[in-house]
Structure formats: C-alpha cells, structure tokens
Design a protein around this ligand. Structure first.
Ligand SMILES: [Zn+2]
Length: 75
C-alpha cells in the first residue's frame, strides 16, 4: 500500500510541471507524458529510467479514463 498522503505529494519527475500521479495497480502513472512508475514493496520508483510506457503497463485489459490510447493492433 502506498500512503495516500505520500501519493498526494508525488509528482512526475519527467515533467517540468510536476503533474500529480495516478495510482494504477502497482504503478503510478503520469497522464502528461504517459509514463508508468513501478511501486516496489510500497515504494514508488520515481525515476525516469525506471519508468515504462503507459501502454505497456495497462495492456489490452485497460478500461476507463486512461484507455484513450489507441488499442493494440490485432492483426
Ligand atoms: Zn510526466
């Protein structure tokens, strides 16, 4: 679990505007640059080099406000 108060002050290290991050499962995601930062044992790894593309984290099962990304091509 990530402390909600901690989550509230976390911001994306890759964006100058430091937008708030959104919890998605075991990741914190930045909607602005579409990166996902893994949470390891309750500790978010907020490093650009640790981040993954948001699409790689959400995958095909993603629904909801974050799923506006183009779906994976099924060819
Ligand atoms: Zn960002």
């Amino acid at each position: 679990m990530v402390n909600p108060e901690l989550l509230a002050i976390l911001a994306c290290p890759a964006c100058e505007e430091r937008p708030p991050l959104e919890r998605r499962g075991d990741y914190l995601v930045c909607m602005q640059c579409r990166r996902a930062y893994p949470i390891r044992e309750g500790i978010p790894a907020l490093l650009e080099e640790e981040s993954l593309p948001l699409e790689a984290v959400l995958g095909k099962d993603a629904h909801g406000p974050l799923s506006e990304a183009p779906p994976f091509a099924d060819n």
